[in-house]
Design a protein around this ligand. Sequence first.
Ligand code: F6P
Length: 366
Amino acid sequence: GNVIGVFTSGGDSQGMNGAVRAVVRMGFYLGCKVYFIKEGYEGMVAGGDNIEEATWSSVSGILQLGGTVIGSARSKKFRERPGRLSAAENLIKRGITNLVVIGGDGSLTGANLFRMEWADLVKELGETGKLTTEEQSRCGHLNIVGMVGSIDNDFCGTDMTIGVDSALHRIIEAVDAISTTASSHQRAFVMEVMGRHCGYLALVAALACEADWVFIPEWPPEGDWEETLCNKLASERKLGQRLNIILVAEGAVDRQGNAITADAVKNLLTEKLKYDTRVTVLGHVQRGGSPSAFDRILGSRMGAEAVLALMDAKAETPACVVSLEGNQTVRVPLMECVNRTQDVQKAMDAKNFEEAVRLRGRSFQN
Ligand code: F6P
């Protein structure tokens, strides 16, 4: 039967465990053998105990847990050819020719390069006597299927990445909690929200929490925004509002591309409005805690579809990503998604924000 290796790579996110569990269980259902590759690419390169055969019960009780129980890492070694040679040997010795990678765009790009280089790696391992002729012939090509696990929702090709919904829940719980103390003391709170270069979490959290203002990378404030912000907050206070909540995405910038930080916004309110203002940086709290029902189901659906995609893959099938489009789990070409994700960043760097937003929202289905 087919042998599958599953691993998580890059930053963890809630719902990754649900995806791993579904890969294992769907794999068994279809008669495959499944291996965990622990600690991401690091474990693949190191081999040994890091590559462990999964059992039905080894994924019991993990759906409810945040993070990734099989570990994750950012691997330098895998970026070098000797690291990838060793990874290929470790996989082939166990008969693994199907990989499921759960990670962000860097991890998915790495997997695709590995797939393209595979025949070459196998050849070199054969020539150096590390693989038998039989091992070489049974491992002719490597199938790759990706899933995007990230709290940032910054990947083109899927409506939702695994983990973003749970992170959003963490944020709105925190903002709701801050709001009661803010109101008691008539304070303003400036809260920094994660998302790297993507404003999704900050924007959607702001809508869900009735925030007064939100700064996101994709829509830098125009004109004399300091004045506009202060006037808005002051008029709200005049109407009897006892608090202000301002969310700042960690990647927020102004029209010149300079960072807008929570501290800078705090200083503005303190100096111009004399408001008692506090900063709260939510940080990694957003990436922790139990996955929402949505992320448990999303990871499970994607994991099951990933195995089906692997079983359909042929030597010439390009690597794909399982993604969510509308309410459907679909397969989209991995490298097209990665390339477009990079195009979004280029548009942002060129301060062409409308183009960045347009590209990110475009469907891959038509
Ligand atoms: O990509 C997920 C993320 O949490 C980002 O939102 C944040 O910018 C980054 O990772 C933090 O990285 P680290 O966990 O390495 O500090």
